[in-house]
Design a protein around this ligand. Structure first.
Ligand code: C6P
Length: 410
């Protein structure tokens, strides 16, 4: 399928904000859902809703079938070898916490090192702070080059023989930088560390293959890739997941339960306690179908074109500072910027009056904000359904900000 007329699949993108057509540029926060995803979830609820893995009746069997079908679709989508390496979670954050509580608490010890990037999202910092403090480990940061990209020399200077775990985003949610995860994983493995890849911003936008990357873990959320909120994914290599204890305990994750002790189910069920989000899995599965139908290469290409166009148009606007790379070579569809003299929250409110939705604030990356020496930024983030016409309207709204505040026409 070629990306034209795609907007007809997304009813929300047709709505007005006041008098203005919506221009949705907050895709790094969450994406919108096509009819194909909405319909798949509705259809499931109308025809097949049941509690999977628990009953022999038709609806329970059907729920099991669609849930396990979704797991296999995810496996294929990220190039994992086995379906049992795919664990459904609530979101990327829960997946990172699962790794910290289950792997970190059991395999990281006093004076061991955990290494992350300074650009990480809080969800990829706080779990490691918790492990560092609980186990007496050391949390180290890799700092960035001037343009926000990674230096492999800096990576090599921070990952040592004491490093037990390296966790990094494949794409920064603030700077849009695409990090060389494969090279980092190779080096980390040579030092004996496991590698966690936060794919929250990369998996929706580029081909990610865990086998090619040799990632030990990968996490992401469905709601940033056309799917619903409330379901995410943890991929882990079987041999590592096998030795990890359960994170949550209760129904459906057991083998036998006696009064005083229990044994646990095999992968992946060991990590899926309680009734799961089957409707969410159905939505995620439909989202993957939708993405595959367009083709990930086409999605990446379209977003690169839009981002390059937005970068060039934004660079023409006086008083705008862009953070991170200003070319799309190592960058996805995320642009952070500030307008001199105007707080990002004011920028966001003013452009909202033009129907333009962007995010303003620290983007759950306060250590990065401190590193960049700014309190906050504006952020425009794109998906394949955005168009150059929308970028033009976005730029028009940005040009209006200082005028609106009485700075004159400059
Ligand atoms: N970033 C943003 O606007 P959850 O909330 O669990 O679905 O995703 C967490 C998360 C983890 N890693 C990265 C790189 C992320 O960008 C996010 C979510 C959103 O930037 C919401 S703060």
């Amino acid at each position: 399928m070629h990306i034209y007329n795609i907007k007809k699949d997304f009813p929300i993108l047709d709505r007005k904000i006041g008098e203005k057509s919506l221009i949705y540029l907050d895709n790094a926060a969450t994406t919108q859902k096509p009819l194909q995803v909405l319909n798949a979830m509705e259809d499931y609820n109308k025809k097949f809703n049941g509690n999977p893995h628990r009953g022999a009746h038709y609806l329970s069997v059907m729920a099991t079938e669609v849930y396990e079908g979704a797991r296999d679709k995810v496996r294929n989508f990220i190039g994992a070898k086995k379906s049992k390496e795919i664990i459904f979670t609530k979101n990327a954050t829960e997946a990172l916490n699962l790794i910290a509580f289950s792997y970190g608490m059991n395999f990281i010890d006093k004076e061991d090192e955990i290494v992350v990037l300074i650009s990480e999202h809080h969800s990829n910092i706080l779990p490691w702070q918790m492990i560092a403090s609980a186990k007496g480990a050391v949390l180290k940061y890799i700092y960035l080059k001037e343009d926000g990209t990674l230096s492999l020399d800096e990576v090599k200077s921070k990952i040592t023989n004491r490093t037990k775990l390296v966790s990094l985003a494949q794409m920064s949610n603030v700077l849009g930088v695409i990090n060389p995860v494969k090279e980092v994983a190779q080096y980390a493995h040579s030092k004996g560390a496991v590698v966690v890849v936060d794919g929250a911003q990369s998996v929706p936008h580029m081909k990610v293959d865990v086998t090619d990357l040799d990632a030990d873990f990968l996490v992401f959320s469905a709601h940033k890739m056309l799917g619903p909120m409330g379901i995410g994914v943890l991929y882990g290599k079987e041999e590592i997941l096998d030795k990890m204890p359960p994170f949550l305990r209760g129904g459906d994750m057991i083998e036998y339960v006696t009064e005083q002790s229990s044994t646990f189910a095999e992968l992946p069920f060991k990590f899926e306690a309680g009734t799961q989000n089957v409707e969410g899995a159905v939505g995620l599965s439909a989202a993957i179908d939708y993405i595959n139908n367009i083709g990930m290469e086409e999605i990446t290409k379209t977003e690169k074109e839009i981002t390059a166009y937005a970068l060039s148009r934004l660079a023409e606007v006086p008083y705008v500072t862009i953070y991170g790379p200003t070319s799309t070579e190592q960058k996805g569809g995320i642009i952070s910027f500030n307008i001199e003299g105007v707080h990002p929250h004011d920028v966001s409110s003013i452009v909202d009056a033009y129907g333009v939705a962007i995010r303003a604030g620290h983007h759950c990356a306060q250590p990065l904000m401190k590193y960049l020496n700014i309190p906050a930024s504006c952020r425009a983030s794109f998906y394949f359904y955005n168009t150059k016409e929308e970028i033009d309207k976005f730029i028009e709204s940005i040009e209006g900000v200082r005028k609106w505040l009485g700075y004159g026409t400059a």
